[in-house]
Design a protein around this ligand. Structure first.
Ligand code: DGJ
Length: 739
């Protein structure tokens, strides 16, 4: 049994034998957090946090001791009504302008399985034995509003998901100014905070700092998740490294504005919260209405950051990613963006396809520039019909010719956007997303469509369906290239404070309909590279374009940060030309290939202009990836040397099959030094008792030898051809095969 209620102590214990999460009801009113971490067996959850008389800490109306104050206690659902001065999970303004929320415990229920959250993506189960759910009911009697806190514990994962439902049963509407998906208090502050900040072209850097007093906030006010922060953070013990130490992870299944608070208060308790961002959020909950928050995914690992990644990769692959490609190998693609940008003709595209087919590439993706009058980024978003000047014989013709060459056909769209220079804008300027009466800022010369309006969503769907019903399309890259400003709606029906969230709900409606109607399409999400890499998008689209930065060295960092929380088979990763277009750096084709192969592999360069020697190497890379694709995309990925913990000068990782009989090890070095020390690397994740052949050479080593003693990566005996790590930007690959 994984959810235990103890009536005597009024306490709840969620456990799956690996983790325990405990809280209890105190004074018949409050939810006090007791424990979260490694499983405690045979234990009755009880609050052991000492109560003390603390100066300036109010005592709630229903206690008759100065020793009881919510300001000092670890809580599960802190509101601003009972004298807790830390960050709240919820803020309302009521009809009478009061903003105090006093909630009381009002019972619970539990059931096998897990429900969907209406209108929102969430982790799912295929069989009700996979999870158990506890619902805690809280009530605001004064305004007759019910709150349901959902906790789902998964049986095979160290994961608990949480979300909140608010139902207004009263006669008056209430304004929700803020409602987060979860809040939890730890009874100490001995943590490091890990987060993944970045910017365009340098997404998801692993940044670690010791937690100090005050409120640390990670958020997005951009209408989308953005490149700048992930809706994720982790609290880790100061001694945590890649392979050992405790890690608590928090992640939001949502693609819009978010807010995470990490607060260390006066008594050095740590409060951790995550949910919808409150900057552009004000929701009117009318009588009879219900509001559901997105889902927060809470994970616990006692095996360091790599342990966290193991849990999250497997969990998202099993319980978040859906559709035909969930368990299916992803094709190797050629994308024409960096090869041609907007400047292409049908002949040019077909010559790229011809070459791609010779090289063994499996999918051709026609990127931006194929529609409307789109010769630059200043025009035509919203006009989703083919540009006959570039493609005189139609998209159907192109798709058929690509299929004839044995490749799949993929197409780029940016459906949430509108250019002022477009037919759509001429006909419907009122569909542009902006607050009425305000001047709109442009970004990349484009504007956003107001997806909160029904007609806008219908128009997008009908335009896309005309193409998808007539052209045999196998893959779609769904782009989103700006952030919102002047947020609001020109429709008088929609309140400005609701637009940000309604936009995301509108996007999810569109995606839901498209992925259901066209189940055979492989979808890749993109937002100027990795600006919308989030679990919400992953629910609809199994892959994301990791970053516009295709420089191999930058990618060591970007892919390391991404791998902390997202599965490898969600990461688009391409070889591009040198000097690199984003950074002007030159690295070898070998290095670029090895980095890009550690994800969903592809090329993004003009392959009609490369040398015969380069073609040969590309063919080899493609064959190698095909042979190892199952292992890379569906095996277990372990970071061995974390790029950020190695002064951004080295990285090493390994892919290991479930049965541990096959593994693929990569070592990367950025800058060399003269007369360098030798490098021994210890493998991770192998079977200690299996004997592995190294790169099919005559050398065989046992798993325990490889893991405990390790190997010198520059040892030439391990390679079939001449190999050394002499010079900058070098890499080594070792295939381990057990026999
Ligand atoms: C941004 C994407 O990240 C690129 O890969 C490319 O598709 C461009 N947009 C096209 O405008």
């Amino acid at each position: 049994m994984s959810i235990i209620y103890n009536d005597k102590c009024k306490s709840f214990h969620l456990t799956n034998g690996q983790i325990s999460y405990q809280f209890s009801v105190e004074k018949e009113t409050f939810l006090i957090h007791n424990y979260w971490g490694k499983a405690i067996k045979n234990n009755i959850s009880h609050s052991d946090y000492p109560k003390r008389d603390r100066s300036h800490s109010p005592n709630p109306y229903n206690v008759n001791t100065r020793k009881y104050s919510l300001n000092n206690l670890p809580q599960e659902f802190p509101t601003n009504g009972y004298g807790d001065f830390r960050e709240t999970i919820l803020e309302h303004v009521y009809e009478d302008e009061s903003f105090i929320t006093q909630l009381s415990y009002n019972g619970y229920s539990k059931y096998k399985g897990k429900k969907k959250i209406p209108g929102l993506p969430s982790t799912y189960i295929e069989n009700e034995k996979e999870a158990d759910t506890l619902e805690i009911y809280l009530k605001d009697k004064l305004y007759d509003i019910d709150y349901t806190l959902s906790y789902t514990i998964f049986n095979d994962f160290n994961i608990i998901t949480r979300n909140v439902r608010i139902k207004n049963n009263g006669d008056y509407s209430v304004n929700i100014n803020k409602v987060l998906s979860m809040s939890v208090d730890f009874d100490h502050n001995n943590f490091d905070l890990i987060q993944l900040p970045g910017s365009w072209g340098r997404e998801r850097k692993v940044v670690r700092s010791h937690l100090t007093n005050g409120i640390h906030r990670i958020d997005s006010k951009r209408g989308t998740v953005g490149h700048e922060y992930q809706p994720f953070f982790a609290l880790v013990s100061p001694d945590t490294n890649e392979q050992s130490g405790e890690v608590y992870g928090f992640h939001l299944v949502y693609s819009g504005e978010f807010l995470a608070n990490i607060e260390v208060g006066e008594f050095e308790l740590t409060r951790a919260q995550i949910g919808i961002g409150s900057e552009h959020f004000n929701w009117e909950l009318n009588p009879g209405d219900e509001f559901n928050t997105p889902e927060a995914v809470l994970s616990y690992s006692e095996n360091g950051l790599n342990g966290l990644s193991q849990i999250k990769h497997k969990f998202y692959k099993k319980h978040l990613i859906r559709g035909k490609y969930k368990n299916k190998e992803r094709p190797i693609l050629l994308n024409n963006w960096e090869a041609t940008y907007f400047d292409f003709t049908e002949d040019k595209i077909l010559s790229l396809v011809e070459e791609a087919s010779d090289l063994g590439i499996e999918l051709f993706v026609l990127d931006d520039g194929w529609f409307g009058q789109r010769d630059s980024d200043t025009t035509s978003l919203g006009d989703w019909f083919v540009n006959r000047e570039k493609l005189p014989n139609s998209l159907e013709y192109l798709a058929k010719n690509i299929h004839k060459k044995g490749l799949k056909f993929g197409l780029w769209f940016e459906p949430e956007m509108i250019s002022k220079n477009s037919n759509l804008y001429n006909e419907h300027p009122e569909w542009l997303l902006k607050a009425s009466g305000r001047n709109e800022s442009s970004s990349r010369d484009q504007y956003i469509l107001d997806l909160s309006q029904d007609e806008v969503r219908e128009n997008i769907l009908s335009q896309l369906k005309v193409i998808l019903d007539n052209v045999p399309i196998d893959y779609i890259k769904w782009d989103y290239n700006r952030n919102t400003s002047e947020i609001g709606s020109q429709s008088s029906q929609i309140r400005d404070g609701e637009v940000s969230h309604r936009f995301i709900l509108g996007l999810y409606k569109i995606l839901d309909e498209l992925v259901t109607t066209y189940p055979n399409i492989l979808w890749e999400s993109c937002s100027g590279g990795g600006g919308r890499y989030d679990p919400g998008m992953l629910y609809y689209m199994p892959q994301t374009w990791t970053s516009d930065n295709t420089d191999a060295i930058s990618r060591l960092g970007i892919q390391t940060g991404t791998s902390l929380i997202y599965p490898i088979n969600s990461m688009g990763s391409h070889v591009s030309e040198v000097p690199n277009h984003q950074l002007n750096r030159t690295t070898s084709l070998e290095m670029r290939g090895n980095v890009a192969m550690s994800g969903n592999f592809g090329y993004e360069l003009d392959i009609t202009k490369i040398s015969a020697q380069e073609k040969e190497l590309i063919k080899k890379q493609i064959n190698f990836y095909k042979e190892n694709r199952q292992l890379i995309q569906f095996g277990n990925f372990h970071r061995i040397i974390n790029f950020y913990m190695a002064n951004e000068n080295e990285a090493a990782w390994i892919f290991v099959s479930d049965d541990k009989k096959e593994a693929l090890f990569y070592y990367f070095k950025v800058l060399d030094q003269t007369n360098p020390p030798l490098k021994r690397v210890k493998m991770v994740g192998l079977d200690p008792n299996l004997r592995y052949s190294i790169n099919s050479t005559s050398i065989c080593l046992y798993g325990d030898e490889l893991m405990n003693k390790g190997i010198f990566v520059e040892n030439e005996q391990y390679y079939n051809s001449k190999h050394n790590l002499y010079g900058d930007f070098r890499s080594s690959v070792i295939k381990l095969t057990a026999y």
